[in-house]
Design a protein around this ligand. Sequence first.
Ligand code: AMP
Ligand code: ZN
Length: 112
Amino acid sequence: MSDCIFCKIAKGEIPTDFVYQDESVMVFKDINPQAPTHLLVIPKRHIVSAAEVDDLSVWANLMGRAVEVAKRLNLDTPGFRMVINTGEQGGQTVSHLHLHLLSGRHFGWPPG
Ligand code: AMP
Ligand code: ZN
């Protein structure tokens, strides 16, 4: 999608501090971090939200790579949180599916 900021990042049209990419997934630093480590994991293909996923392999790639990156960065011992805001009430502000990978501080429950 031409006017989607995350599609532009996925295509390399916007310089981004990325930590991992392969043919289907990209992982980069959130521009407004909410924790000492705050990464975004996105499918390179434009998918509006979690509710629009049409192929289970999207989840395998997204979640699989997220956990892989978390372990490679040694986030699994202190712990980490993965969040997918979905839709307006779910708090989604960018309409391209993304998984937040957060770590480096204690996270409360319930979320705000
Ligand atoms: P959400 O509110 O769940 O849709 O999350 C969108 C996230 O994208 C927010 O945490 C923003 O800080 C982040 N974000 C928006 N634009 C950029 C960008 N150009 N580079 C990195 N992160 C971004
Ligand atoms: Zn997009």
